[in-house]
Design a protein around this ligand. Structure first.
Ligand code: MLT
Length: 395
């Protein structure tokens, strides 16, 4: 028996586990300090009433022999997929039901989708980046090339025609930087992918935070994307499902490489390795797309975006460079005075009892940067701003 030695190439622990460990040891030593958590992008508002009502109804159905459900379709119930289809249609994007696959989370989909691709492919991943893209490829022993995202390119790298890559990761609005690609910029990526026989894995988990129509919320707003892109999206941020778990992935039927259909491969993979998502959760997710559901989730999104504005205003007042916050719940800031973002993390935790995420945790270009999330509750955000103002003046 031989173990997968690629695990030796990973950091000792997953970024957010490392942060949780640091915070837990700080709270154990300082039990009376009020910690404000703006680290992991985890929602704080409860599920909206229509989602709760739909799930309660589904629970009742499961308790009645006449309506009880056993195994569901591995790729998701039609009632949810039809609603997802309509969600895209409302943005003039035509997706057929067979192209939609419901899952328990984008994180799992990101890891699982790699089953479709040969190990010899080269992954092109922005730096800084959501660590899951990097770690899942490292676990598979795949070669990674990084696309540098820096202050100079406003953290939005564009394709370099000299570089040959096969699997391209894009996330817009971006985690961690909150930066958003324009249609013209995404067009460049689609053209690159088509010319290079490459595939784009487009993480749209934060699309719901985009304000206005000029910024694309889906890669399929770009012509040709159906022939080169898979899109991943989640109910975690739009509807607060981080603890409930539900997501979806779009695998277009037009994705044919070497005579093989990615859609058919994914269906085969999912029906073999997954029994799907619970009926109760899918009922809750479907309720998000009702008129009342949309209104209720929009209120929560507006609440988080107001938090983001408060944090952004604080950065302006302190004259700190940042990106994000406008179409994203993340503020990506340049650490005031500190070059090492883990040192800034420790300083902020110790002196202001605020938890953020060090930019270094997202890649080498995150050095000297820091991420704050707007998912906290208003009172905490306001208190964090007051603490930050006091602290930064005294550094
Ligand atoms: C983050 O903080 O980057 C996100 O919460 C991670 C995730 O969505 O898994």
């Amino acid at each position: 028996m031989k173990l997968n030695k690629n695990f030796a190439n990973l950091q000792e622990s997953y970024l957010f586990s490392k942060i949780a460990k640091k915070v837990n040891s700080f709270t154990a030593e300082n039990p009376n300090k009020k910690i404000i958590r703006l680290g992991i992008g985890d929602v704080t508002l409860p599920l909206v009433p229509v989602v709760i009502a739909a799930m309660q109804e589904a629970v009742a159905e499961m308790g009645d022999a006449k309506t009880f459900k056993g195994y569901g379709p591995e790729q998701g119930y039609s009632f949810l997929k039809e609603n997802i289809q309509k969600y895209y249609k409302s943005r003039n994007i035509n997706i057929v039901e067979r192209e939609i696959f419901v899952s328990d989370g984008t994180k799992s989909d990101l890891g699982n989708i790699l089953d479709l691709f040969d190990k010899e492919n080269i992954a092109l991943i922005p730096d800084p980046v959501y660590p899951v893209y990097v770690d899942t490829n490292r676990m598979a022993g795949r070669k990674i090339i990084f696309a540098n995202a820096t202050q100079e390119n406003t953290f939005l790298p564009l394709p370099d025609r000299k570089v040959k890559a096969d699997i391209i990761y894009l996330c817009s609005p971006n985690n961690p930087t909150g930066a958003t690609y324009s249609k013209e910029q995404l067009k460049e990526w689609v053209e690159y992918a088509l010319a290079n026989h490459a595939i784009i894995l487009y993480d749209a988990a934060y699309e719901c935070f985009i304000q206005g129509k000029e910024i694309p919320r889906s890669i399929y707003e770009i012509e040709g994307a159906k022939e080169c892109a898979i899109e991943l999206c989640s109910f975690s941020k739009i509807a607060g499902f981080t603890g409930t778990r539900c997501a979806y992935i779009i695998v277009p039927e037009a994705l044919i490489f070497d005579g093989m259909s990615c859609n058919k491969m994914w269906l085969r993979r999912q029906s073999t390795k997954s029994n799907g998502v619970s009926y109760i959760v899918q009922k809750g997710a479907a309720a998000v797309f009702t008129a009342a559901g949309e209104k209720q989730v929009q209120q929560n999104i507006a609440y988080y975006m107001e938090n983001a504005k408060i944090l952004a205003n604080c950065m302006d007042a302190l004259d700190i460079w940042y990106t994000g916050g406008q179409h994203s719940p993340y503020i990506w800031l340049k650490c005031p005075k500190f070059k090492d973002s883990w040192k800034f993390f420790d300083y902020l935790l110790e002196k202001a009892n605020i938890v953020g995420t060090p930019g270094d945790g997202f890649g080498k270009n995150g050095k000297g940067y820091f991420r704050l999330t707007a998912f906290g509750d208003r009172e905490n955000i306001l208190e964090a701003v007051a603490r930050l103002k006091k602290l930064v003046h005294n550094i």
